[in-house]
Design a protein around this ligand. Sequence first.
Ligand SMILES: [Zn+2]
Length: 337
Amino acid sequence: MQAEIHVGKDWTVNQTLYKIQMAPQGVIWRYMIQKRYVLLLLGLIFCWHHGPVSAQSNPGEPLKIIATLFPLAEFAETVVGPHGKVEMLLPPGAEAHSWRPRPSDLVKIAHADMVIYAGGGMEPWLEDILQSVDNPDLMKLEASQGLDLLNDVEHQHDKEGAFDPHIWLDFGNDQIIIQNIARALAGLAPLHKAFFRKQAEAYNQKLETLDELYRKALHNCRSRTMIVGGHAAFGYLVRRYKLTQVALLGLNPDARPTAKQLKEVVDLAKTQKIEAVFFEEFVNEDLARVIAKEIGAQTLVLNPGANLTRAQRIQGVTFLELMKRNLENLKKGLGCQ
Ligand SMILES: [Zn+2]
């Protein structure tokens, strides 16, 4: 395997490839253990919960909303304002695909008025929970419903499912999701319907501005190919702004590249005179650094936006700010004018 890839004499290449070769078995075991873990917890919750929880039993109280990922939590928080409390399940710094819920998270879902999740394979653990949780009044909002989803054409070998679940990286999708959140909230608290609509419109205006910023900034670039040293999270973004994504990992960070795929990426990067390799904050960046070194490129951060680091959470970084930072690095890495 090592002999087939000519990405240099650097020993880190061999080390990285070794890690990749060793990955699958570990991943499978981890998955099985987690699966059993979730089933056990579901059993526990079933025992604790003797009667259905009525979401509307306390109409005066703020709505209890659970969102799985950072963008969904920000959207919900903005729309609901003082009429609800939004809790994000993903802890700061956690990688969204490999994270699994804790017992306390399952209890939270059992007592919530509404749960908002991306769907489309993003939260594979949630399906079992939603089917088993004894909370008939729980409103379930699957954000990917009704969107023009991208088929997982490039990565059909991934166990994630048939669609690319990173729906929030299309700012048009986000506007639809926000409208759906406003509508769902109005169903739960009809008195505040006008407020929810107003909040949704104001946030969508910001997304329009962001979209326009991206469109202008990425219009004239030296390269339109993004080499991503992480997983293929940016499918919706590249579709919207007519770029191409070449990711070293699959749709899920656990899907490792073969030596042949790595060599192809290096060859492509050299042919196209690529000047930057983008890497994620939540995925090991060794692979990006190795490729960047081999082709003489710089590495730049690109955040898929599903989560924040602990420091970013403390600073109160918003989804919109995160996307603006991404744009700055995209402009730098792709040589846009
Ligand atoms: Zn992802």
